[in-house]
Design a protein around this ligand. Structure first.
Ligand SMILES: Cc1cc2nc3c(=O)[nH]c(=O)nc-3n(C[C@H](O)[C@H](O)[C@H](O)COP(=O)(O)OP(=O)(O)OC[C@H]3O[C@@H](n4cnc5c(N)ncnc54)[C@H](O)[C@@H]3O)c2cc1C
Length: 532
């Protein structure tokens, strides 16, 4: 049985940053279900929000974050993450990451981007490929670490807890089962510190900006292990995903609107002014709902993002990746507006943690998008998530190295090997794919940008049936990545629906026609769910 001081699941910004810090304190395994770079992180375009300019301040960034969070942010967490951001950014720069700079009055300074909801320019970026550069920098650094094993194509299946093994007195996480996709074998890994850095759950929706890895595995595993899950109703829909039959999940960064891009309807009207005085730079939830309403009202398939008033040279230099990708699909954004639709983008809720990533289950930590520290509240301010991943990962490493004591009794519990039982190969793949599609479509239709009680109840009933069917599959067939992801998607979908049903008001990203206003008296608190 393999054993490590720290086991990290996931190789995005959170997992890799954590591993680099933890390697100073012991042996580390980073398990990741595809290639190292397959992550949401590598797809991030806009950049990292951080106070680096004299014209900006921690207070202003805190204010903007609290404003976006619609009353549910934890102010102490917001302050910590924003205050510690500059130091963590400095470390990334020390690792060789070169954020874009510009010349101002004879000296160089960061070329800061502006995004919706930010009162100042504060988004550090590397053209429009910030995430890819961060991911490559961290992976390069990790490859130099002798204390870290990076195990690709290793998919975490389930957490091993003392409760599951019949030792209920002190429930804690003891290890994890991991599927080695090359051998098809499930390995048992022991560690006193399991760190989930598995990212979000965009794939639970039919349309998403997220890559295929984003199937909510961390939240589903933590839920099954008995950890507290928070605020899953707050799913951020990005307003501008490229609308093209062949473009799977391609995001048009908010920075395009930050640089003057205007949203237009099929008649060419700048319709956002009708919905919000800030026009196209209103916060994402408002823009996504406005596009949704405009599309539904006109029957048009999409809206349009028009940045043609900027010079072609500026567009090609500031957005080379977006420009080239659009061109590949026959859209020249220097000459014509880009067709766009909203798509599921970011999970504001997740496994409830403190600002050091500690969950309600001893021995289990959650960092990055999979965790819910209280930074985002009911709505995430653009470009705050990479920042959170960096800061919380660092804090988690420091906190764990300070607190090394694990009870002797837990150490003595022996971990059973994975039992396959009476298994067959999955020969009914069609059922898996059918259920997968059904979940994503029903979530899009019934649990999307605008919700109602009736649709949420309908989704809940369907999901219970699907979960029963998937449960049967899980126990009868040999586990595969597709089956495990389907099981996790169904669990996370049900958590989103249950959380949505319990919030009988509209706040932040949760908007329901049955209760269209916020209700502070009854609902100005986090939605907490746990199996126990
Ligand atoms: C298109 C796009 C653009 C974005 N732009 C920005 C931006 O400009 N600024 C910003 O702040 N945020 C942005 N975001 C959000 C941001 O990228 C993510 O919130 C952030 O990268 C999450 O980092 P993470 O480390 O938590 O997870 P991820 O980067 O998603 O990494 C998760 C890792 O976990 C692995 N994993 C998942 N499940 C398992 C399992 N069961 N077993 C093993 N491994 C597993 C995955 O393979 C992956 O390696 C964007 C997101 C997208 C999709």
């Amino acid at each position: 049985m393999k054993q490590y001081d720290f086991v990290v699941i996931g190789s995005g910004i959170a997992g890799l940053s954590f591993a680099l810090n933890a390697a100073k304190h012991g042996s580390v395994a980073v398990m990741t279900k595809r290639k190292g770079a397959d992550s949401n992180t590598a797809w991030a375009q806009g950049g990292i929000a951080c106070v680096t300019s004299d014209e900006d301040s921690v207070e202003l960034h805190v204010h903007d974050t609290l404003e976006a969070g619609a009353g549910l942010c934890d102010e102490a967490v917001v302050r910590t993450v924003i205050t510690e951001g500059p130091e963590r950014i400095g470390e990334l720069v020390d690792l060789g990451l070169q954020f874009d700079e510009r010349e101002v009055s004879g000296h160089r300074e960061f070329d800061l981007g502006k995004e919706g909801g930010h009162s100042k320019r504060r988004v550090l970026h590397v053209q429009d490929v910030t995430g890819k550069e961060i991911e490559e920098t961290l992976l390069r650094e990790l490859s130099r670490e002798s204390h870290v094993d990076l195990l690709e194509n290793h998919m975490a299946v389930d957490l091993i807890t003392s409760e599951k093994l019949g030792f209920a007195a002190e429930n804690r996480c003891l290890g994890i089962y991991v599927l080695d996709e090359r051998t098809g074998k499930v390995e048992t890994i022991r560690s006193d510190r399991i760190v989930l850095a598995t990212g979000g759950c965009g794939k639970v929706y039919l349309y998403t900006t997220n890559p295929d890895i984003a199937t909510g595995d961390g939240v589903a595993m933590a839920w099954r292990a008995g950890a507290v899950i928070a605020n899953m109703e707050f799913i951020q829909f990005h307003p501008t995903c490229l609308f093209h039959a062949k473009a799977k999940s391609f995001l048009i960064s908010e920075a395009v609107r930050g640089e003057g891009g205007i949203l237009r309807n099929t008649r060419g009207e700048d319709f956002m002014k009708r919905y919000d005085p800030r026009g196209s730079l209103a916060p994402r939830d408002i823009v996504a709902r406005a596009i949704d309403a405009e599309i539904k009202r006109s029957g048009a398939p999409c809206a349009f993002l028009d940045i043609t008033q900027q010079s072609p040279e500026f567009i090609q230099e500031r957005f080379p990746h977006i420009y080239k990708t659009c061109l590949r699909f026959g859209i020249d954004m220097t000459k014509q507006p880009i067709p766009v639709v909203p798509a599921a983008h970011y999970q504001c809720g997740g496994i409830k943690t403190d600002v050091n990533g500690a969950t309600s289950l001893p021995g289990l930590y959650a960092i990055g998008e999979v965790g819910c520290t209280g930074l985002h509240g009911a709505n995430r301010l653009a470009s705050n998530s990479l920042l959170e991943g960096l800061v919380v990962a660092h804090r988690a490493g420091d906190a764990m190295s300070r607190n090394k004591s694990i009870s002797g009794a837990s150490r003595k519990i022996s971990l059973p090997e994975w039992e396959s039982g009476d298994v067959q190969d999955v020969d009914e793949l069609v059922v898996i794919y059918h259920n997968w599609d059904e979940i994503r479509r029903l979530m899009w239709d019934y649990v999307g940008i605008v919700r109602t009680n009736k649709r949420l109840h309908r989704a809940s009933a369907r999901l219970r049936n699907l979960q029963r069917e998937i449960h049967e599959f899980y126990w009868n067939f040999k586990v595969s990545v597709d089956l495990l992801e389907l099981r996790n998607l169904a669990t996370v979908a049900a958590l989103i629906v249950d959380s949505g049903l319990s919030r009988k008001e509209s706040r932040g990203l949760h908007f329901t026609l049955d209760y269209p206003e916020p209700n502070d008296r009854q609902f100005k608190h986090n939605t907490l769910l746990s199996r126990g």
